[in-house]
Design a protein around this ligand. Sequence first.
Ligand code: NAD
Length: 345
Amino acid sequence: MSLNLVPFVSVDNMMKLVLHLGVGRVLTDLAAEIEADFRRWPDFDKTPRVASHSDVGVIELMPTSDGELYGFKYVNGHPKNMKEGLQTVTAFGLLADVATGYPVLLSEMTILTALRTAAMSALAAKHLAPKGAQVMALIGNGAHAEFQALAFQAICGISEVRLYDTDATATAKCLRNLRDAGLKLTPCKTPEEAILGAQIITTCTADKQYATILTDNMVGAGVHINAVGGDCPGKTELHRDILLRSEIFVEYPPQTRIEGEIQQLAPDHPVTELWQVMTGAAPGRTEAGQITLFDSVGFAIEDFSALRYIHAQLQGTGFFQNLDMIADPDEPRDLYGMLLRAKAS
Ligand code: NAD
């Protein structure tokens, strides 16, 4: 392949690729890719994402590199979009060769973000949730919800999902989309009903405020909380008292302290980095009665792992287009001459 032609995965081709591989397999593979990259955490350049905030949302760039490949994702978060018929979260990303600086992949990442976020959630729960957990409460039944349910089924063996959303049409949509997934689905009228008997509680709501999706009295001993929706300054889902009772696990502390549930706590409140749990350097769940909390915000390495996975899976498929993205004059310094020749032809 010519170096100036960059494979581009459109939304249409991403859907074809994911359906070709199977959603369960993609989620399981992504979790394995992310875990492999988290286990070599020191190899990566790391920085909190670069965020541009407005009153209605945020636009972020998420870069990282392992010295061989460089990747970034562009992603937005606009909770009010849904009411206007738009996605809350959209994204695209790029992977480049560090040796030349040339891009090697450009991809849609709206679907890929939902897949990688769900894979990351289930991967964290694999290390932290009570062994043998079967029941998950899923509060917030929007665009990411089905991906979360399917990842916990494929990676953690969840067999029942108890669904709650302030908007009953979102829950109805999940019930419809998941009806053939082999999960027991229980629609609930209140968040209290949703968490009944759940060993795992996932919050995946979108609201640009300090929300209280779970209050302290709702959370019993021994559960694992997967808090996905609080991922931005001023946007949280859990009452502070829950955090004070929990063992808190995070992706990259400098980013999570700004964006995660722990923005409600003192800047030196103890947290454990998940990569250390994965390498065995730090313990995960140590007691049955412990409340473990994955304060998920989404970190650049997860997107890097996802882009690298998609790049590898594309080989031998037709699920991409080649983009003429890099100017490539025959003589590298004759960039202007190339322009003149285009005018003449
Ligand atoms: P979405 O807008 O499609 O769905 C959010 C759902 O939450 C809606 O159905 C809404 O009715 C519901 N909701 C709002 N307030 C609620 C409440 N108090 N109780 C119950 N339900 C409530 O959003 P999405 O695309 O599914 O994303 C969900 C969240 O995940 C967003 O906040 C997004 O920013 C975040 N996110 C996190 C990561 C990460 O890595 N942690 C990655 C991507 C997105």
